[in-house]
Write a new protein. Structure first.
Length: 388
């Protein structure tokens, strides 16, 4: 399933947008947006085809298809150890919209939200779009100690929420149970909402283990709103499907009212829900194979990057991105990005503030969710550029 002949570059060059094959110049290998180069599991495509054969594409329930909600509740209950209830779950048109919706629901103009640094730009964007102020909290890569005393000092009377991205994009950190317990206890102490983004939770490399913060205890669970999606795990980015789950009924009511799903202004389309519930119900074998492949690509990526003078890549514990310190080259993130694009014909994501926050400067991020042949070619090009 994950050999080189599974990758159809002709199709990718027509359909893979968002900085990927359809948007880069011919001859450039894009290790950019975190989206697999592999086709999705066949069961997903077959389920969509079956659903459309009747040719009825009617409105679905505003709160989501019953079967979808039950599949998601079963996933959270049995694989994340959260006592989930279908009635407190609803689909959204992406995890990104889910993040925005949670901010819209619980953050007002002038409120403060603690976001990690570095982290995906969506947390800052969503916070600021609803009039809030994003307060960055530095999280070191790897297993370096997190300064939780600093976290508590950042909390003010205006703080309303802590945004938890676990595993953490772009560094690949997977938070330990004790770290999550500390975050949860601080949030409960100060009556803060925990936005737990778990879109990467399936992509965790042994011996690391993922823990959902809402699984720790009832008090923390009642402060947590969990958002997830299916693009990273199952290659469904173009279907734009995610899930928002609350354990606190009052939180669910607020979230659903803010979603505008009842008005039909927003909502997740039925085909995407069919695809996601098929992935959860039938495609574990595909996901397990994907993660096994990614573990090998992670090892290859880290090993080769660390042979380049001035590069230092700490092995990610989760996510399929390598976040590499390039400060030893004496060049900025954007300078390395331009050099690799122009000379190596490899596109990466520079560690610029607009992508990941100020803590990302001096780093580059590259996705390794591709075939071994493509990744080996890209790494060889990068190494050759720095040996000139």
């Amino acid at each position: 399933m994950f050999e080189h002949n599974s990758v159809n570059l002709d199709i990718l060059k027509k359909r893979a947008f968002n900085l990927r094959w359809a948007t880069v110049p011919e001859g450039v290998i894009p290790l950019t947006a975190a989206d697999p180069d592999f086709p999705c599991a066949p069961e997903i495509a077959e389920a969509i085809i079956r659903f459309t054969q009747d040719r009825y594409l009617s409105y679905g329930p505003p709160a989501g298809l019953t079967e979808f909600k039950e599949s998601v509740a079963s996933f959270f209950t049995h694989k994340r150890n959260i006592p989930a209830h279908p009635e407190f779950i609803f689909p959204v048109d992406s995890a990104a919209f889910g993040i925005y919706l949670i901010c819209k629901t619980f953050v007002s103009t002038g409120d403060e939200v603690i976001i990690f640094d570095p982290v995906d730009f969506l947390f800052r964007y969503a916070t600021e779009t609803v009039g809030g102020k994003a307060v960055p909290f530095a999280i070191p890569p790897g297993d370096a100690a997190v300064d939780f005393d600093l976290l508590e000092r950042l909390i003010s009377t205006k703080t309303r929420m802590i945004c938890l991205c676990n595993p953490l994009n772009p560094t690949g950190k997977v938070f330990s149970r004790q770290e999550l317990l500390t975050i949860g206890e601080i949030a409960c102490k100060h009556n803060l909402i925990i936005l737990s983004d778990e879109i990467w939770s399936d992509i965790v490399f042994a011996p690391n283990v993922f823990t959902s913060i809402a699984s720790l205890n009832e008090e923390i669970r009642n402060q947590t709103v969990t958002v997830t999606g299916y693009s990273k795990s199952y290659g469904l980015a173009g279907l734009r499907i995610g899930t928002v789950m609350a354990s606190n009924p009052a939180h669910y009511a607020l979230l659903f009212a803010a979603s505008l799903h009842n008005s039909t202004i927003h909502g997740a389309n039925v085909l995407s829900q069919v695809a996601a519930m098929t992935a959860l119900n039938e495609c574990d074998y595909w996901l397990q194979g994907f993660v096994a492949h990614l573990q090998r690509m992670k090892d290859l990526c880290v090993r080769e990057l660390n042979t380049i003078p001035g590069f230092n890549c700490i092995a990610p514990e989760g996510c399929y991105v390598a976040f590499t310190d390039i400060k030893g080259t004496g060049r900025s993130s954007n300078e390395i990005y331009q050099l690799l694009l122009e000379e190596a014909k490899v596109a990466v994501v520079p560690g610029a503030k607009e992508w990941f926050g100020e803590g990302a400067e001096g780093f580059i991020r590259m996705s390794f969710a591709t075939s071994e042949d493509i990744l080996t070619d890209a790494l060889s090009r990068i190494k050759n550029t720095f040996s000139l």
